[in-house]
Design a protein around this ligand. Structure first.
Ligand code: F6R
Length: 242
């Protein structure tokens, strides 16, 4: 793993955006795997800025988001559909048919999940996958468990994740208890992976991810098996690393 520690959140966001811009400029039809949550917000703001400055063109970009809550409509302000359009897609020239986000509203979830995986394969796989990390070491919404799924699937969110994400909702009871997530197979098949983390509450997960045993009980630890992982950490998230 290529571990990079930066001084603050704005540097983290700028560096992450620079990696994405470089990827897209080298290969305009890049397939990008995207994350939501608070960590990548600054990166999206930087990407929009770079687009407005004409330093990057997203017209051939293809994206696949990692996950979506189950039971929220795509118009719900806390849905990841809404998030992606608000922070990124509505401000750039990506073609709408190149945007892929798991749909929780499909009646036949198993079929929709299979279709999502099929589309990823059809696109040639993910070139660069952006990841955040949960306080419990989840990636996407692959929660710590005895077994993990390789493909896209419906998952029960852990109490820790519900508690952590309740900050975005009026109350803990409003947080959906299930989500659709890309599986660890699709994530691990990405050519390159960029993990972003900031804040003290991520330090333990980062330590275990980098230096702990590879275990499904800390899904991010599987990234130790991947050949091309870049980590962008602020000082607090890196504070428990040697
Ligand atoms: C979101 C996702 C999650 C988040 C993680 C960290 O699409 O896949 O794994 O990356 O929960 O979230 P934040 O950045 O809000 O701390």
């Amino acid at each position: 793993m290529d571990i990079n520690v930066v001084d603050n959140y704005s540097e983290l966001s700028e560096k992450a955006a620079a990696i994405v811009v470089n990827e897209v400029n080298c290969r305009p039809d890049t397939v990008l795997g995207l994350a939501t949550g608070s960590t990548p917000e600054g990166m999206y703001a930087q990407l929009v800025k770079k687009y407005q400055e004409r330093k990057v063109d997203f017209s051939d970009l293809i994206t696949f988001n990692l996950d979506e809550y189950s039971g929220l409509s795509t118009e719900h302000p806390q849905s990841y559909h809404y998030y992606m359009h608000k922070h990124f897609f509505d401000h750039i020239n990506i073609k709408s048919h190149n945007i892929n986000i798991p749909h929780s509203e499909d009646r036949d979830i198993a079929h929709a999940c299979g279709e999502y995986d099929r589309k990823i394969i059809e696109a040639g796989g993910i070139n660069l996958q952006i990841l955040g990390i949960g306080v419990n070491g989840h990636i996407g919404f692959n929660e710590p468990a005895e077994h993990l799924n390789t493909g896209t699937h419906l998952v029960d969110l852990s109490d820790e994740t519900i508690a952590a994400n309740s900050r975005f909702f009026n109350s803990r009871d409003d947080v959906p208890y299930q989500a659709i997530t890309m599986g660890v197979g699709s994530i691990m098949h990405a050519e390159k992976i960029l993990v972003m983390a900031c804040g003290k509450n991520k330090a333990r997960a980062i330590q275990l991810m980098c230096c702990g045993k590879v275990t499904t009980n800390l899904p991010a630890s599987l990234l130790q098996l991947h050949r091309c992982v870049t980590l962008l950490l602020d000082r607090e998230a890196a504070s428990l690393l040697e």
